[in-house]
Design a protein around this ligand. Structure first.
Ligand SMILES: Nc1nc2c(ncn2[C@@H]2O[C@H](COP(=O)(O)OP(=O)(O)O)[C@@H](O)[C@H]2O)c(=O)[nH]1
Ligand SMILES: [Mg+2]
Length: 371
């Protein structure tokens, strides 16, 4: 057995690329036997015992105390496993984990929140969310705040500030559910299509056209938003429509925000009337172009002329996350588990409990887990 190890740096499954690390004093000899390239080019092939090509790869030398070579391969798990097998045939042993390679502070401690931010990065849906996560993974972000808190302690006011911003950070990654509600023919499906940006839902003057819930994800100012359209709220209807109405009411109860549409001449339903709390309801006047002079209170929109649509998007973001939504340069939690942790830290602080032990426990546990 030679003094070389091989380990995979990428997760399970198919991907655009996989990465494998070969390291140890004997790794240059394995490289000589298994890699064919030309000159100084990092591009070449990994070959098997019979000279057959296993994959076209790029290999770079990773500076360190001992020789290390990083291979990027095509993203098939079968190719990755075959390359690992080839290196083990040549004497390398499998390393159990690559965690030692990154996410450590000066004292060699794992930086949990940094890991979590980087794990969430491939799932981010906007460039703002990517920038946000990269910042949170750094010393300037929530990861840095946590490390400082673990060594220097926590101030009550900074804890309160972090808790105020938490819904915004979480909202950067997890879509808020916005349900478009109102009576039949209020223009819900037409508005859904305008907000979604394409003709996703059938619309017609026939009341009861939409029955099932229809969902579509959009992204506004970097925030993912899940739009939900469904049946109009009315009582006298066929059985299948009644089921649609039941589903709509359930969706309204679970929504982060209900946008309630009132068509021209429609009565103003009280926010909260259909089981949604007033702070989670936004009442708007729809089909404004049909009654442009009508006196209304609040926002009026038209899906035909586009009047009020941008204002509606802004109003929705405002109601969800407030007016101060720019997280740039701020440490901010980004997982619901972080919020729970901060609440726990707050109650421990108030009870004058052992904060050090609590922070150590969080620092070594898997807070968010794989997403
Ligand atoms: N003039 C005008 N008509 C609209 C507007 N929004 C919807 N409509 C029309 O109103 C009818 C009902 O719309 P729909 O979106 O199906 O209503 P829903 O039952 O609430 O989903 C359709 O004929 C639409 O074309 C609007 O902003 N202006
Ligand atoms: Mg509809």
């Amino acid at each position: 057995m030679s003094d070389a190890t091989v380990e995979t740096l990428t997760g399970a499954g198919r991907a655009a690329i996989h990465a494998v690390l070969l390291s140890g004093v004997d790794s240059p000899s394995i490289l000589d036997q298994a890699f064919r390239g030309t000159g100084l080019s990092p591009h070449g092939t990994v070959i098997g015992a019979e000279g057959e090509i296993i994959d076209d790869v790029i290999v770079i030398e990773w500076p360190g105390a001992e020789p290390r070579f990083l291979f990027t391969l095509h993203g098939s798990p079968l190719i990755r496993d075959r390359i690992i097998e080839r290196f083990t045939e040549l004497g390398a042993s499998r390393a159990s984990s690559c965690a030692h390679l990154w996410s450590q502070d000066g004292a060699g401690q794992r930086l949990k929140i940094r890991d979590e931010a980087l794990q969430a990065l491939p799932h981010a849906v906007s460039k703002e969310a990517c920038a946000f996560l990269l910042e949170q993974s750094s010393e300037l972000g929530f990861s840095g705040w946590f490390e400082r808190a673990a060594s220097k302690g926590v101030q009550r006011d900074e804890l309160d500030q972090l808790l105020r911003w938490a819904p915004i950070g979480i909202g950067m990654l997890q879509p808020a559910r916005i349900v478009l509600a109102g009576p039949p023919n209020a223009g819900k499906s037409t508005l859904f299509n305008v907000l979604y940006g394409e003709e996703r839902v059938l619309t017609s003057q026939q009341p009861g056209t939409t029955r099932d819930l229809i969902e579509g994800e959009v992204c506004w100012c970097g925030f993912p938003i899940q739009l939900v359209d469904g049946a109009g709220l009315r009582s006298s209807a066929a059985e299948v429509e009644q089921e649609g109405v039941r589903r709509m009411k359930r969706a309204m109860e679970e929504a982060d925000l209900v946008v309630y549409l009132i068509p021209p001449g429609g009565s103003v339903a009280l926010p909260g009337h259909h089981g949604t709390a007033p702070e989670r309801t936004l009442v708007i006047h729809s089909r404004r172009d049909e009654d442009p002079e009508g006196v209304v209170e609040g926002l009026a929109v038209s899906s035909v002329t586009g009047e009020g649509i941008v204002a509606l998007q802004q109003q929705i973001l405002h109601q969800l996350y407030g007016s101060d939504r720019n997280l740039s340069g701020r440490a901010c939690p980004f997982l619901p588990a972080h919020q729970e942790m901060l609440v726990h830290i707050g109650s421990t602080l108030d009870a004058k409990g052992d904060l050090g032990a609590l922070l150590r426990q969080y620092g070594t546990s898997e807070m968010g887990g794989p997403r």
